[in-house]
Design a binder for this molecule. Structure first.
Ligand code: ADP
Length: 593
């Protein structure tokens, strides 16, 4: 989708300069000073050249002393050499420190992505925006935008100097030179505009390419690719995406190349006209024959200076669009609202007529869900796959905002609390937990960094989650885990228990456990969950599971079906009631005999 409004080329200059200055104040100030010096040297060059030639001419005619000639010659050499020196220094600053350090802008992007409401991550357009914002840093869009303007300074000075020189011959050369480069400039502005649109439209394709590359080269999927023989298929799919990007780009560049050629042809008419004009001026005696050649040469240089300046501006227009990808992300993405400090659960959590629908899905994942969980209650939510258990846990934990209805903590909307303080008293152990390729200590302790060196605490969490033996075998708390960085690899079940240890280590008031045990043997899984319920006695805990037998150890059971609460009660109450719970219980009863 194209952005409709036209944006000024200077729109982001202040912000880019401020942001780059915050990251590298010395380099940014240095570059600005050097470029100003280079621009000033441009002025100096003109007068130093005039002074030197004047003194040299007079000295040859015997009218000036030799020392003056040497002094002016010295000044002339300095004026010629200074811009070169400035350029060298600017390039040294640009090439190494600035281009490397500007990547810190990505850090801010990470921070911003972490502050958007989590539901945005369910929308593909959000990922397109993040991709574009990231690319505007990685492709040097922002830093080049800054340099583009700074580099323009000396260019402008040289351009004005050339205008001044040629005006001395005749002012009519100036509009002629500008007109002759106009078509080629217009072509370049159009090129920048269309190139940006093309790149923008290619974002989903680039993301797909990136995803396929990760599938192809990632360690976790390699085994499936080989054994299932899907590697070739995915490689071809990647190549197809790559070719599509390449073909579109090549076709665009070819079309543009033709336009540039036509635009450039126009410049020859300008040169022809300037020669004709010079002949006419010479013929009328307005310029001497000696000035005739200088006049044509000056016209050529004015033409190319005008083109350089305008070309640079056209590039800046394109860079401004790419810089916009970064800043628009910050401007347009809503942040989680700030709220009041969360004092911890005092009395109860309540869902009141809650409905929720995932973005882009026409079907409600939750509809009209109501229940209450008292502080200290241990609740098991059961239901078949797709019945809405996970969605319910996310809405309950304030991760997703309900479309209708409210989730109340002690009578207050969960979204009215400050998120940081809210999550301090929460531990959510998710189905798709992370296998951090870190040490055991970090894997468990990351949920409470202030206590990460408290070995006793970490080992207790490991013991409670049933992985004390695994930790010992791996080589202790400081053993590196995962093959990514040459550590000890754990089994799927061990990783899951580690995630549970991490959740327990947080020592939260409210613990939600969303089936992170599916890779475990059913009996081990059952055993862990029962232990978990036992361990969380006194805490408010919610286990989401398809293991119906767990209900016997919970204070209460909520049965989900098709996004609704089908039944709630204790195991005995529900069995007596019959219905969905009774049906599932009898189906699974053989496991619990
Ligand atoms: P359960 O945990 O009981 O298996 P879920 O809460 O995961 O069920 O899913 C409930 C419904 O929401 C299902 O129909 C599922 O297809 C849908 N759903 C789950 N996650 C998403 C998502 N990210 N985007 C769209 N629909 C989803």
């Amino acid at each position: 989708m194209m952005r409709k409004e036209r944006k000024s080329v200077l729109r982001y200059f202040g912000r880019v300069t401020r942001d780059l200055y915050a990251i590298m104040p010395w380099e940014v100030s240095g570059v600005i000073l050097l470029e100003l010096l280079e621009a000033a040297a441009g002025f100096l060059q003109v007068s130093a050249a005039a002074g030197f030639f004047d003194a040299a001419g007079r000295w040859l005619e015997g009218g000036a002393d030799r020392n003056l000639v040497f002094r002016r010659a010295g000044l002339f050499v300095v004026a010629m050499g200074l811009p070169m020196l400035c350029r060298l220094l600017v390039e040294a600053l640009q090439n190494l420190p600035m281009f490397l350090k500007h990547h810190r802008l990505i850090h801010r992007l990470h921070g911003r992505v972490a502050s958007v409401p989590l539901i945005r991550l369910e929308e593909p357009e959000f990922h397109n925006e993040v991709w574009r914002a990231k690319m505007s840093v990685y492709n040097f869009g922002l830093v080049n935008y800054f340099f583009g303007f700074i580099d323009l300074l000396p260019l402008l000075v040289r351009f004005l100097g050339t205008v001044w020189v040629i005006a001395a011959f005749h002012v009519s050369f100036i509009p002629l030179a500008l007109l002759s480069v106009l078509p080629s400039i217009l072509v370049r502005f159009r090129y920048q505009r269309e190139r940006y649109s093309m790149k923008r439209a290619q974002t989903p394709l680039e993301r797909r390419k990136d995803y396929l590359w990760q599938v192809l080269t990632g360690r976790s999927l390699a085994k499936e690719l080989r054994t299932m023989g899907t590697e070739k298929y995915i490689r071809e799919k990647w190549a197809l995406a790559r070719d599509q990007v390449m073909d579109e780009t090549l076709a665009f560049e070819r079309k543009n190349g033709n336009r540039v050629l036509r635009g450039d042809l126009f410049k020859f008419f300008g040169v022809g006209a300037s020669i004709g004009l010079s002949i006419w001026f010479a013929h009328r005696g307005l310029i001497s024959l000696g000035q005739f050649a200088a006049c044509i040469a000056a016209f050529g240089s004015l033409q190319s200076m005008a083109e350089s300046v305008m070309n640079q501006l056209a590039w800046q227009k394109g860079r401004a669009d790419f810089a916009g990808d970064y800043y628009d992300f910050f401007d347009n993405e809503a942040e989680e609202e700030e709220g009041e400090n969360y004092p911890g659960l005092q009395d109860r959590i309540e869902a009141r007529d809650v409905s929720f629908c995932y973005p882009g899905s026409g079907k409600e994942a939750l509809s009209g869900v109501s229940f209450a969980i008292r502080k200290g209650e241990r609740v098991v939510i059961v239901g078949e796959n797709g019945s809405g258990k996970t969605t319910l846990s996310k809405v309950m934990a304030g991760i997703y905002r309900p479309e209708n209805g409210l989730v109340l903590y002690d009578g207050k909307d969960a979204f009215s609390y400050d998120k940081d303080s809210f999550y301090k008293s929460f531990s959510v152990i998710q189905q798709n937990f992370v296998k951090y390729q870190f040490t055991v200590r970090e894997n468990i302790g990351i949920s409470r960094p202030a206590q990460i060196h408290n070995d006793e605490r970490l080992l207790k969490s490991a013991r409670d989650a049933g992985i004390e033996g695994t930790v010992r075998r791996a080589g202790g708390l400081d053993a590196q885990l995962g093959r990514e960085f040459d550590g000890v690899e754990l089994s799927g079940g061990e990783w899951q228990k580690l995630a549970i240890a991490r959740g327990l280590n947080k020592d939260a008031d409210v613990i939600i456990l969303d089936e992170p045990t599916s890779a475990l043997d059913p009996l081990v899984e059952y055993d862990i969950l029962v232990k978990f319920l036992d361990m969380t006695r006194g805490k408010t805990s919610v286990i989401i599971s398809h293991r119906i037998g767990l209900g016997r150890f919970a204070d209460r059971i909520i049965v989900m079906k098709d996004g609704r609460v089908a039944q709630t009660g204790t195991h005995d109450e529900l069995l007596a009631m019959g219905g969905e719970y009774g049906r599932m219980w009898h189906e699974q009863a053989k496991w619990y005999q």
